[in-house]
Design a protein around this ligand. Structure first.
Ligand SMILES: C[S@@+](CC[C@H](N)C(=O)[O-])C[C@H]1O[C@@H](n2cnc3c(N)ncnc32)[C@H](O)[C@@H]1O
Length: 225
C-alpha cells in the first residue's frame, strides 16, 4: 500500500510511547499548553455546533483525548475513534477516570464500528491535514450516516489562505518527493470543505475561519433523512 494511505501503520509507529504520541499529536510536551489548546477547541465546538448535556458525541482521530478530557464531562457519552490501536492504548489509560468515555479503533477510511443514526455530534480536529482528500470526504459522508437526524458535524483543517497555512504548505513543498513523511501536513480551502459538506447532503453548511489559521466546516443532518 502507498505509505500515505497506510494510516494505521503510520500512526502506530508514531505512537509507540506516550511521549512520542504527544509529540506527534501536538508538537510539544507542555502540559499547560495542552490543556489551554483543549479549552480553545472546546470553545470552538460550543460556538460552532453547540454542546448539550444529552449529546452523544464522536471524535474522529481522537489522539490522546486532548479534547475528550474537557468535553466528556459536558455530554452524555464521548466516543473517541482513532486509526491507531497504540494511540488508543495510551488514551484508555489517560482517560480512565472519565466514566462516559468509549474508545473505538477505526480502519482509517470509515466509521464501520459506529451504527447508523446513533450520535448527535461528529467532530474531527487536527486530522484532515494527514489524510488524502478522498478520505476526508469519506469521513464527511460517514458522519452523515452515523448522525441522528438533526445531528451536527464539525471538521477542520489548516487554511492555505492564511499566513500559517502558507507556512505549512511551504514546509511540505520543501521536501524532496522521495523524503515526504507519510503524515506530512496538507492544507485545505474553505471551498474544498464546503463542497464536501454540500455533496454529502448536509444542511445549513457553513465554512468559517478561526484562530487565524484554521477553517472549519459545519453542517446539520436533514431532519427527514
Ligand atoms: C494530530 S493528531 C490529533 C489528535 C486529536 N484530534 C487532537 O486534536 O488532539 C491526529 C490523530 O489522527 C489519527 N489519525 C490519523 N489518520 C487517521 C485516519 N485515517 N482515521 C482516523 N484517525 C486517524 C492519528 O492516529 C492521531 O491520533
Amino acid at each position: 500500500m502507498q505509505s500515505r494511505s497506510n494510516y494505521k501503520a503510520t500512526w502506530d509507529a508514531l505512537a509507540q510511547s506516550q511521549v512520542d504520541a504527544q509529540l506527534h499529536v501536538a508538537g510539544h510536551l507542555d502540559e499547560s499548553e495542552w490543556a489551554r489548546s483543549a479549552r480553545v477547541t472546546l470553545g470552538v465546538l460550543e460556538e460552532f455546533v453547540g454542546i448539550r448535556p444529552e449529546d452523544e458525541i464522536l471524535e474522529i482521530g481522537c489522539g490522546l483525548g486532548r479534547v475528550g478530557r474537557v468535553l466528556a464531562p459536558r455530554c452524555r457519552r464521548w466516543i473517541g475513534g482513532d486509526v491507531s490501536p497504540k494511540m488508543l492504548e495510551h488514551t484508555r489509560r489517560l482517560l480512565a477516570d472519565l466514566p462516559n468515555v468509549e474508545l473505538v479503533e477505526l480502519s482509517g477510511v470509515d466509521l464501520a464500528p459506529i451504527p447508523d443514526a446513533s450520535v448527535d455530534v461528529v467532530y474531527c480536529t487536527v486530522v484532515f491535514m494527514h489524510l488524502y482528500e478522498w478520505d476526508r470526504y469519506r469521513y464527511v459522508q460517514e458522519a452523515m450516516r452515523v448522525l441522528r437526524p438533526g445531528g451536527r458535524c464539525y471538521f477542520d483543517n489548516v487554511d492555505i489562505t492564511t499566513d500559517h497555512g502558507w507556512e505549512v504548505f511551504s514546509a511540505g513543498a520543501a521536501y524532496p518527493p522521495e523524503e515526504r513523511p507519510a503524515h506530512l501536513s496538507m492544507v485545505s480551502t474553505a471551498d474544498e470543505l464546503r463542497t464536501y459538506g454540500e455533496r454529502a447532503g448536509f444542511e445549513q453548511v457553513q465554512v468559517r475561519p478561526w484562530g487565524g489559521a484554521w477553517v472549519a466546516l459545519t453542517g446539520v443532518k436533514p431532519a427527514r433523512s
